[in-house]
Design a protein around this ligand. Structure first.
Ligand SMILES: Nc1ncnc2c1ncn2[C@@H]1O[C@H](COP(=O)(O)OP(=O)(O)OP(=O)(O)O)[C@@H](O)[C@H]1O
Ligand SMILES: [Mg+2]
Length: 236
């Protein structure tokens, strides 16, 4: 049975003032799959995730989510429909504790009465041992887990992850990979992952898209992604 597409982006054009950043970008993320968007610094990857989340307006083109055209919907509405966003740099609250960061996630998900569900600690066992620690005192990998946990509190159908391995020690990257794999398998979410660390993307993703100067220049299944294509577009 072919998977249905949860997210479909069709010829999206996005500008910052008069700078044309995204150029006719088309991309799909099937139900329960991981698509990885790769590209060099400044290619437009973050701009695309922000546009999908509704933080930047589309000049033309369409964003469809779960079969509906949501191109002009606000971010709040997109979150309610099941999009979760973990921005680049994680953006947790450094002076608040882990518990407080999670409670704010519950408030944002409009579920403050239920408390932090146990399933969050099944997905992120490390956080249970750190509830009283300040977010800013956690390691980069732990902060990334906290940011992911916060996004999971709203039970997203689609997670938008912007460079989860950025600034994280190589020895910890495997832990982030394990967590994302668990999220994918246990929660059956779809993921649009922006990632520059090729090996990580290769292992996690079902599909890849490569962006250059705001255009998709190559895409396919990750199995088909050859070293030659990867290095041609991604080598520094
Ligand atoms: N707020 C902004 N105003 C104007 N131009 C911007 C703004 N943010 C980004 N840009 C420009 O848009 C282009 C794409 O930036 P974007 O942040 O989407 O790239 P990226 O692929 O995420 O890069 P990186 O890998 O460094 O995170 C760049 O040329 C950047 O300079
Ligand atoms: Mg970026």
């Amino acid at each position: 049975m072919p998977a249905t597409d949860l997210l479909t982006i069709d010829r999206l054009n996005v500008y910052y003032a008069e700078s044309h950043i995204l150029r006719d970008v088309s991309l799909t993320v099937p139900e329960h799959k991981v698509a990885c968007l790769m590209g060099r610094n400044g290619a437009g990857k973050t701009t695309l995730l922000k546009s999908v989340m509704g933080l930047l307006p589309a000049r033309s083109g369409q964003v469809q989510f779960a079969g509906e055209n949501i191109t002009t919907r606000c971010p709040d509405e997109r979150a309610r429909r099941g999009m979760g966003y973990v921005p680049q740099g994680r953006e947790i609250f450094p002076t608040l504790t882990v518990q407080e960061n999670l409670v704010l996630g519950l408030l944002a998900a409009k579920q403050p009465k239920n408390g932090i569900p146990d399933e969050i600690f099944h997905l992120f066992p490390i956080l249970k041992t750190m509830l009283k620690r300040r977010g800013g005192d956690l390691s980069g990998g732990q902060q990334q887990q906290l940011a992911l946990a916060r996004a999971m509190l709203s039970h997203p159908r689609l997670l938008l992850l912007d460079e989860p391995t950025e600034g994280i020690q190589p020895s910890i990257i495997d832990e982030i990979e394990d967590v994302i794999t668990r999220i994918k398998e246990q929660k059956a979410v779809s993921i649009l992952l922006v990632e520059q660390y090729l090996e990580f993307a290769w292992r996690l993703a079902d599909f890849y898209y490569i962006m250059e100067k705001g255009s998709i220049v190559a895409h396919g299944t990750t199995e088909e992604l050859s070293e030659e294509v990867a290095h041609r577009h991604l080598a520094i």
